[in-house]
Design a protein around this ligand. Structure first.
Ligand code: ADQ
Length: 482
């Protein structure tokens, strides 16, 4: 059987019980354990001096190959082009896009250098799966070094409309680099459509019409490749078990004791300007403003650990949120009631799952999000007999699937306040029917379906006949990519 080689910017830290974070890490680690293979990427270390050395560690069938970055590469590749140019542009924040051609040069240089580090570790029949926006030129760099293996790419964040992508000066070079892969995976059909639209209208390429759920054939920049939508999922039953177990733990007992039977609205994410946190706080304020009977009857628990804290845009959003939560609490709090509890720390998955189960409303309102796993985790964690309600932004990829949520526009503050009021008051029968609708969808498209669909299409993609040793997934047994 071919080995699977996963390449991602960060290699998730794996403890005895598996990866600490959900989604990608869990899905990918499972695949590696099944087929055997390697996970290659940045270790997270930034070296002040010296030459980074690759560290190779075997854990059963999985090899972890990690390497540090020197300070200049970290600044140009990671903080610079990846997170100050691509991240805001791909999340439709053209106002926050910064561009420096030296940083783009650093981004390409680091992709080439990482590819060079990987080449000696590769075998002829390895299947390579590259993840996310940091590594768009990775396949091109491998191809330039003579690598002929199958290479797939999955973009975890949105792919923007052409008019937004055009704001990134090297847009053409990026899309050309994407065409070096054999299979491109996007989170949703709108992302796939946006990519195809660029290929046809900006790059003189051609895209064959879609047939069913099969990936589309793309001809561009002298290459033929496939592209499809593969919405990432979670393991809903595992999350439900974690939630039940966590409900008996101390953090939950403490929370319940301090809530005094008030209703709970929960938001959980990395602190990022794409997540719509300011608008979310303001909609909660509008709810309290318009419905005084809600005072002292509901709390918003917002968990948002800071990320990319060495970047200005992230320092700004943190200050803004601290000011907003302070202002709203100052306006409404009583001696024994704090409307917004705003927490900056990481929690274990079992604690988070139990918090989701305890909350009457999951409040997930990003301005843009590739998928948003928190929405899926919230639904998975619910008690089927007494489920909470998901209030979900239409701009999260998850909204394409989770139609049982109350779908909102995150810039419509009044609309969000109305959705919160409706969620808090929703009769049990409606909550149950919405939950049943969503949990069925999550079970049908769990994270192993996501991975298997991508791997099946990668095995059948690109360069004609499949190599004899790559097993074709049983297409009848697997729901097709959506
Ligand atoms: P993210 O932007 O990181 O991921 P998301 O999909 O919500 O967003 O995943 C975050 C993960 O971190 C979830 O599993 C969540 O439970 C966990 N998490 C968040 N806050 C936490 C905390 N305080 N403590 C512990 N865990 C916490 C990117 C894209 C998304 C896409 C995913 C996967 O931006 O759109 O859904 O990749 O493809």
């Amino acid at each position: 059987m071919s080995r699977l080689i996963i390449v991602s910017n960060r290699v998730a830290p794996i403890s005895e019980g598996g990866p600490a974070a959900g989604g990608l890490a869990v899905g990918v680690y499972d695949a590696l354990k099944e087929t055997g293979g390697m996970w290659f990427g940045w270790s997270g270390d930034v070296l002040a001096s010296g030459q980074p050395q690759i560290k190779v560690e075997e854990r059963g069938p999985v090899t972890f190959a990690t390497i540090g970055l020197v300070r200049r590469d970290y600044d140009q590749y990671y903080r610079g082009f990846s997170n100050a140019t691509l991240w805001p542009a791909f999340h439709y924040r053209a106002d926050l896009v910064q561009y420096d051609r030296h940083e783009f040069g650093g981004y390409c240089r680091v992709n080439e250098w990482l590819a060079q580090q990987l080449v000696p570790l590769l075998r002829e029949d390895d299947v390579i799966w590259v993840h996310d926006y940091h590594l768009i030129p990775f396949a091109q760099a491998l191809r330039a070094r003579g690598v002929k293996n199958r290479i797939g790419f999955f973009l975890h964040i949105p792919f923007p409309a052409s008019q937004v992508l055009l704001a990134v000066p090297p847009h053409r070079a990026l899309v050309e680099a994407m065409c070096s892969y054999d299979l491109l995976g996007f989170q949703t059909r709108p992302d796939l459509r946006a990519f195809c639209d660029y290929v046809v209208n900006e790059a003189d390429g051609a895209v064959e019409p879609a047939t069913g759920n099969a990936p589309q054939v793309v001809n561009a920049f002298g290459r033929t490749l496939h592209a499809g939508a593969y919405p990432i999922g979670v393991y809903p039953d595992e999350i439900a078990e974690l939630a039940k177990a966590g409900a008996r733990g101390k953090p939950l007992r403490t929370l319940k004791a301090t809530l005094h039977a008030r209703k709970l609205i929960i938001g959980v994410e990395r602190l990022d300007y794409s997540k719509g946190l300011v608008e979310r706080f303001r909609a909660f304020e509008r709810l309290l403003e318009h419905i005084p009977s809600m005072h002292d009857k509901v709390s918003l628990l917002q968990i948002a650990p800071p990320t990319r804290a060495d970047m200005h845009a992230y320092q700004d959003i943190r200050l803004q949120l601290e000011a907003e939560s302070g202002r709203i609490n100052g306006r409404f709090a009583e001696l024994d009631w704090t409307p917004i509890r705003y927490i900056h720390r990481q929690y274990e998955r079992s604690v988070l799952a139990a918090l989701f189960r305890a909350a009457n409303v999951g409040y997930v309102t990003p301005l843009r999000d590739g998928m948003n796993l928190v929405a899926k985790e919230y639904v998975s964690a619910q008690d089927p007999d007494d489920p909470g309600v998901l209030v979900l932004s239409r701009f999260a990829g998850a909204a394409q699937e989770l139609q049982g949520a109350l779908i909102v526009n995150p810039i419509d503050i009044d609309g969000m306040a109305e959705a919160l009021a409706r969620a808090l008051d929703m009769p049990l029968a409606e909550r149950q029917s919405r939950y049943q609708d969503m949990i069925a969808q999550l079970r049908e498209n769990n994270v192993s379906v996501w991975r298997d669909n991508f791997m099946r299409d990668l095995a059948g993609s690109g360069r004609g006949a499949m190599p004899p040793d790559v097993p074709q997934a049983d297409t009848d047994a697997l729901p097709a990519a959506q």
